[in-house]
Design a protein around this ligand. Structure first.
Ligand code: ADP
Length: 622
């Protein structure tokens, strides 16, 4: 079959400088993208174009726009990158539309390749990456790569009229809360944690900002936050001019675990987070109380905000976002924003309803797939998709909390996570609708294929899980129950992480207390067993156990030991033994995950890099 031409356009190419001595130059080339290759040729007047280079699409590992903070030395000012083999090809498009067209088409054609999980948003220049300062050209990227474009699948409203007059709002600086890839000509990219000058914030959904290069354009207002700590009025959790007493009254009236607000502290320029919780007293009864935490700022270097010392953030909205998902030292997670007029949060909740509610008339239920923590899991169909539906038995789950959190979980979207499509609350029991995974749970999958999986295939499974986990880590989301039984396998044998964060909604004490029989002690880090201190580093410990499960082809860890014996063994510094199928290099990684001190364990991004460098080649399994 002949390849089909998808795009053909004149753009400028920077020399790839494959050797250190290669010259740096910029040349006009005709680029042709077809269903098999990306080719570029020199245009010669009156003659046939001369082919100068050709990249088979299967070699491409990343395609993304380049965010640039230095002047571009050629006539076309819209760069994008194609990372293939071990080389970076920089291409410069004449306008943003053209760049978007190419990036989108290339992403589409390469989305099933063996892609990077992180990329470099800026240029490699003068011997280092401008984004992260790493001096190795092949160093792992520093930003999450989204093969299918934007991380958030939530549709944005229409861009405002570009002829709208821009008026400088007075040199306010904003910080990007997440990356944004422009979809039109009037918007510009955002790079997470970069600063921008706010030019116009008159439009509710789109703000005009200026980037470091001087380019001005629109960005979604919800993707940025003011660096200045004064202006939080648009956040549903902020209450201006409320004192401690009034805050307590409002929160107590709300009477919901995790009801919270941010208010001005009595100390000028300082903010306080007030949270309502029902703390367990010594008499075993829960007493309602409101705790107040001052938001503190580090004194040295770049300003950073924190509530609990270990967790620093560039902006207060980032800090609040983090603690909405993690208690991390607070009496409880910040669950329900409360405002004096009550109007704002209600309006927001209504707005997002459509996006997380599954209409029961669209959901067709089929045969049973299995039984889980919350009840039966059925096969189903929803809007032309095969889905798995968890039917939650009444009394098993803290449903109100889950419904709140479902909105957040739906926004977590990555090819190595089992996607939550939505929740059907309009009929009983409550149904959770997930992406369907044809090959079931990883433990069963491993056991069924015992003796037939190569070391490379086993490593590939660990790589898949570490990619999904790295995404959760970079989203500040803790899994809390990572294990092979909580990973599922797709039709084409990809392993995806499932059930992230779900243990927080389990009502069964046997499961949630580390002293009890159903608590996953064998997968838990020492600090979780001792003080229930969950973090991405405790997920790393569990990941080490998961690697062990994979390399023993689905055996139960510490097979002949009780939970109490496991705790005793860990206290003595003993660990699981090297599985026979695990190479020495893989066992070293497991042991790294099982370091006693959380800080001595690697992050998922580091681990992913290490696993990736063990010479693993992705191959289809069986
Ligand atoms: P829970 O985590 O609620 O305890 P599980 O996720 O373990 O429940 O689900 C029980 C069983 O249902 C799994 O072992 C698996 O066979 C099946 N299952 C769960 N989710 C899916 C899915 N997304 N696709 C296909 N099968 C699934």
């Amino acid at each position: 079959m002949f390849p089909r031409v998808i795009l053909k356009e004149m753009m400028i190419k920077k020399s790839q400088q494959k050797k250190i001595v290669s010259p740096c130059n910029y040349k006009e080339r005709v680029f042709v993208l077809d269903t098999q290759e990306l080719k570029y040729s020199e245009c010669r007047p009156g003659k046939k174009p001369m082919l100068k280079g050709c990249i088979p699409l299967f070699r491409i590992k990343c395609v993304e726009i380049v965010f640039c903070d230095v002047p571009i030395p050629c006539n076309y000012k819209y760069p994008f990158q194609v990372f293939h083999d071990n080389h970076y090809l920089y291409i410069f498009a004449p306008d943003n539309d053209c760049r978007q067209r190419w990036v989108r088409a290339l992403k589409e054609e390469t989305k099933n390749n063996n892609l990077v999980s992180k990329y470099h948003p800026n240029f490699w220049m003068d011997g280092k990456w401008r984004c992260c300062q790493q001096a190795d050209k092949l160093a792992a990227g520093c930003h999450v790569y989204y093969p299918e474009g934007e991380a958030s699948k939530k549709p944005l409203p229409k861009l405002p009229d570009s002829k709208m007059e821009l008026h400088n709002s007075g040199q306010l600086t904003v910080i990007a809360l997440q990356d944004y890839a422009p979809a039109n000509n009037d918007d510009i990219p955002l790079v997470k944690d970069e600063e921008y000058i706010l030019i116009d914030s008159n439009h509710a959904d789109w703000w005009a900002v200026q980037n470091g290069q001087g380019a001005i354009g629109f960005v979604p207002s919800t993707y940025v936050a003011e660096k200045s700590v004064k202006n939080f009025e648009r956040f549903e959790w902020y209450n201006k001019n409320i004192n401690r007493g009034e805050a307590e009254t409002l929160l107590k009236n709300e009477d919901r675990e995790g009801a919270f607000m941010v208010r001005d502290s009595s100390q000028a320029g300082v903010f306080t987070v007030s949270v309502f919780a029902k703390a367990l007293g010594s008499n075993g009864e829960r007493t309602p109380s409101v705790k107040h935490y001052q938001i503190r700022q580090t004194q040295t270097g770049k300003a950073a905000f924190y509530l609990a010392e270990n967790y620093l953030f560039n902006t207060i909205p980032q800090l609040i976002h983090y603690h909405q998902h993690n208690a991390a030292g607070l009496i409880t997670r910040l669950r329900h924003p409360v405002s004096r007029d009550g109007g704002c949060s209600q309006e927001l909740a209504d707005l997002s309803q459509d996006q997380w509610q599954v209409n029961p008339t669209e959901l067709v239920l089929g045969q049973e797939l299995g039984t889980g923590q919350f009840g039966r899991v059925l096969e189903g169909r929803w809007r032309e998709n095969k889905v798995a539906v968890k039917m939650v038995i009444e009394g098993c789950m803290s449903e109100e909390d889950f419904k709140e959190e479902a909105k957040v979980m739906m926004q977590l979207s990555h090819c190595k996570l089992v996607q939550l499509y939505g929740v059907c609350t309009q009929r009983s029991p409550l149904c959770l609708v997930f992406e369907f995974m044809d090959n079931g749970c990883l433990t069963d999958y491993l056991r069924a294929r015992k003796g037939r999986l190569s070391a490379d295939q086993l490593l590939g499974m660990c790589l898949d899980v570490s990619e999904g986990m790295m995404y959760l880590e970079s989203s500040n989301f803790i899994h809390r129950d990572l294990a092979a039984r909580n990973c599922l396998v797709s039709k084409n044998n990809e392993v995806k992480v499932s059930d992230f964060g779900m243990t927080r909604f389990v009502f069964d004490d046997q499961y949630t207390s580390s002293q009890c029989s159903k608590f996953p002690v064998k997968w838990s880090a020492p600090e979780v067993i001792r003080y229930c201190k969950f973090s991405s580093k405790s997920d790393i410990w569990s990941f080490g156990v998961l690697m062990w499960e994979v390399f023993t082809e689905g055996r139960l860890p510490y097979e002949h030991l009780s939970n109490a014996e496991v705790v005793e063994m860990l206290n003595k510094g003993l660990r699981l033994q090297k599985p026979r199928l695990a190479p020495h290099s893989v066992h070293i990684l497991m042991e790294w995950c099982w370091k006693e001190k959380p800080d001595d364990r690697p992050s998922f991004s580091l681990l992913l890099h290490e696993i990736g460098s063990l010479g693993h080649v992705k191959q289809p399994i069986c």
